[in-house]
Design a protein around this ligand. Structure first.
Ligand SMILES: *Cc1c(COP(=O)(O)O)cnc(C)c1O
Length: 456
């Protein structure tokens, strides 16, 4: 039964899922192997040991359908989980659409986004393995904030390399990371070989996520007490986020509705996968048939403009080679406001299901996203993160199509976080200073020249 008047569904703590869901177990074919950067052969678990504890490597390569969430991690999750799901009644009215729009909101976490779902798990497994320090990269700072929070809970030191341009322009996330007790370095820094090489060419280098990853990986690999943590892209990160979609399935059932369209923004793909993969499980089992759509920015469109090829996860080529949709590891996107969507590659698992036509992709310019984000804020009262605004704009397009056809389309949005630290971007939009950057085909082509060559 559909409870059309209902505004929200809050699950009880006792209804929180106690397992993560691993999509790999249900795929008709497994994603391609990760390759060792030196030999070009499939990488074994031991190749990752300088970077990750064995427990996380096992999750990375696991084919088990469900993985138990440790009690200590569930205890932390309970601070803000289960997260709420809302029906966007007022936004629907403003859009004049017969569509029913729902959003699963991850902005209620301590960092204001979905990222603590994996940060807490990663800090827990590292602490349990006796690791003393974690290194990582951050763009606008959401991931650095999440890992700093999680590291503080489990008694780990945390060092964060922040993309230079964000470090210079967005001081508040840095301050929040430092408040949680972590150390922040402007990337490229002179603490690493990779950083010094780039600073030699430009002391004010604006940096990129790929560069910051190289620095954090280099430091972790050189110290036996230090490991590295990545906030997106990898299988174990997507796995930890699937608590979102499992909760959402239960919440949609309580609304008595079934989504026809699921939209989520994709940087490395973790919040999108977190919501979508449990629904994809249901789709593969033939129980529902939603369209599942990843939304990316036109200035960093790895799914819609990238190639499906083996590439490095970082700028310097220190990471294993992953087969993924990529714009090339040297690609530096224009400085758009959605910092979390500026990664050159896409999660190998999402790339794989995209290749298999299980999901679709759409690229949107930022002004359209902010226009939708502002309308959403004025009706629903939540200022969405610029990243999440991409999903909202895609939902607005669906709602518009529903208005044209009169169809009662059911739309589910991954609302990955709030935009309270991104108000200067809203200010740019509201004062008419925001532009849609246009990246030329030549620029996309130029960064693909440096793709590594691998057999097969
Ligand atoms: C980091 C971030 C993203 C992008 O990362 P994914 O791994 O693609 O989810 C999206 N939304 C918010 C709010 C973020 O902080």
């Amino acid at each position: 039964m559909t409870d059309l008047a209902r505004h929200k569904v809050l699950l009880d703590e006792s209804e929180m899922p106690t397992q993560w869901y691993n999509l790999v177990a249900d795929l008709p074919s497994p994603p391609p192997a990760v390759l060792h950067p030196g030999t070009g052969r499939p990488a074994g678990p031991e190749d990752f040991l300088p970077l990750f504890p064995m427990s996380l490597i096992e999750q990375e390569v696991s084919t088990e359908r469900y993985i138990e969430i440790p009690g200590e991690v569930l205890d932390v999750y309970r601070q803000w989980r289960p997260s709420p799901m809302y029906r966007a009644h007022r936004w629907e009215r403003a859009l004049g659409t017969p569509a029913r729009i729902y959003y699963k909101y991850e902005g209620v976490s301590p960092a204001g986004s979905h990222k603590p779902n994996t940060a807490v798990a990663q800090a827990y497994y590292n602490a349990k393995a006796g690791v003393r320090r974690l290194t990582t990269e951050t763009g606008a700072g959401q991931w650095g904030t999440s890992l700093a929070f999680a590291a503080a809970l489990f008694g780990l030191e945390c060092e964060v390399w922040q993309v230079g341009a964000s470090y210079d322009q967005k001081p508040y996330r840095r301050m929040m990371i430092e408040t949680f007790g972590a150390t922040v370095h402007r990337s490229p820094s002179n603490l690493t070989e990779s950083g010094r090489r780039l600073r030699a060419t430009d002391p004010e280098h604006p940096g990129s996520l790929g560069i910051a990853i190289s620095e954090a990986v280099e430091v972790a690999a050189a110290d036996p007490h230090t490991r590295y943590a990545l906030g997106s892209v990898l299988n174990h990160v997507l796995l930890h986020q699937t608590i979102i979609g499992q909760e959402a399935l239960a919440q949609m059932a309580k609304f008595g509705d079934t989504p026809d369209v699921i939209v989520g923004c994709t940087g490395g793909g973790s919040n999108f996968a977190g919501l979508a993969f449990p629904f994809l499980r249901e789709k593969l089992a033939g129980r529902i048939d939603p369209t599942i759509r990843a939304v990316e920015p036109t200035s960093c469109p790895s799914l819609t403009q990238g190639v499906y090829a083996y590439d490095f996860g970082d700028e310097a080529g220190l990471t294993p080679l992953m087969k993924m949709h990529t714009l090339g590891h040297g690609f530096i996107p224009d400085p758009i406001h959605a910092g979390g969507l500026r990664y050159h590659g896409m999660s190998p698992l999402i790339s794989h299901v995209y290749e298999q036509s299980m999901i679709e992709a759409l690229a949107l310019g930022q002004t359209e996203c902010f226009r939708a984000g502002v309308q959403f804020a004025r009706t629903e009262g939540i200022v969405p993160a610029p990243e999440s605004a991409h999903a909202i704009a895609a939902a607005a397009r669906e709602a518009e199509a529903a208005r044209a056809t009169g169809q009662e389309t059911v739309i589910l949005i991954a609302l990955s976080g709030h935009g309270h630290f991104d108000l200067s971007a809203y200010d740019d939009y509201l004062s008419g200073r925001m532009v849609d950057e246009v990246t030329s085909d030549e620029r996309f082509a130029a960064s693909l020249v440096d793709l590594p060559t691998v057999a097969g």
